[in-house]
Design a protein around this ligand. Structure first.
Ligand SMILES: [Zn+2]
Length: 263
């Protein structure tokens, strides 16, 4: 048995929640539990002790279930204690454990490292876990399959730091679990930006075929796949720069996001 299991739980219209289980201890954490009843149901079915919430950011479709889940734990002592992690931000409900860049925490024997990626929101956190067999990162609304989040509370420089300096530095075989299923639309945009990118075209065709069942088919991606197919991770490529008429990576990041906002 591998040390870590990640269970993908579709929520709302196109969100994902993720149950992360340490198989050695049966301790578990939930990423962005926007549907608390569903989370408790899956935890029970899986036979795990759920005692941590990992919040990626304050938006309601990610952190909006924190208060209700916390309340359920207070009402039912048999569930134990619930710790709620997230960036230091009073807009994250029931935050008990604020975290920042390179802070670590444990899910049973699994070690989680926090990666601070301000831009979509000022306190956005990605969570990276490396075990003997597997590497995974939960990227919320910073990095999507073939896309990135909107720059609501930040600058192109900050998204550059997040995607290029920090997330691109993770091992290529790191699995990427993002906050939403936007693969089809993102890949259509990628195909418009880089019509000659065969890897984008290949994925786009898979996404089209997977249309109805897309929430199961496309996620997780990998960091290596994103470097080959995500135009926001490719702002150093002349093909991407040419599309927006820029010659520098930062200007390209800014213009690309503006183009995607209108796509
Ligand atoms: Zn968001």
């Amino acid at each position: 048995m591998t040390r870590m299991t990640v269970k993908k739980i579709p929520a709302l219209k196109d969100n994902f929640m993720y149950l992360v289980v340490c198989n050695e201890t049966k301790n578990a954490a939930i990423v962005d539990p926007v549907e608390p009843s569903r989370v408790l149901e899956v935890a029970k079915e899986s036979g795990v002790t759920l005692n941590k919430v990992l919040t990626t950011h304050h938006h309601w479709d990610h952190a909006g279930g924190n208060a209700e889940l916390f309340k359920r734990y207070q009402e039912d002592a048999s569930l134990g204690q619930l710790a709620i992690y997230g960036g230091n931000d009073d807009r994250i409900p029931n935050l008990t454990n604020p975290v920042g860049q390179d802070d670590t925490l444990q899910i049973g024997n699994l070690k989680v490292r926090c990666i601070s990626t301000p831009c979509h929101t000022t306190s956005h956190i990605c969570y990276y876990i490396e075990s003997a067999e597997d590497k995974v990162v939960f990227t919320g609304d910073t990095l999507f399959l073939a896309g990135c989040g909107r720059f609501f509370e930040g600058t192109p420089q900050q998204m550059y730091d997040a995607l290029i300096t920090k997330l691109s530095a993770l091992p290529d075989d790191t699995k990427v679990y993002c906050g939403h299923e936007y693969a089809l639309n993102n890949l259509r945009f990628g195909n418009t930006v880089e019509p000659n990118n065969e890897d984008v075209l290949k994925l786009l065709n898979i996404a089209k075929d997977a249309d109805l069942d897309g929430r199961r088919a496309m996620v997780p991606s990998t960091i290596g796949q994103e470097k080959r197919t995500n135009v926001f991770m490719r702002v150093h490529e002349s093909s991407v720069q040419k599309f927006v008429g820029k010659s520098d990576p930062l200007g390209t990041m800014q213009a690309l996001r503006a183009a995607k906002d209108k796509f």
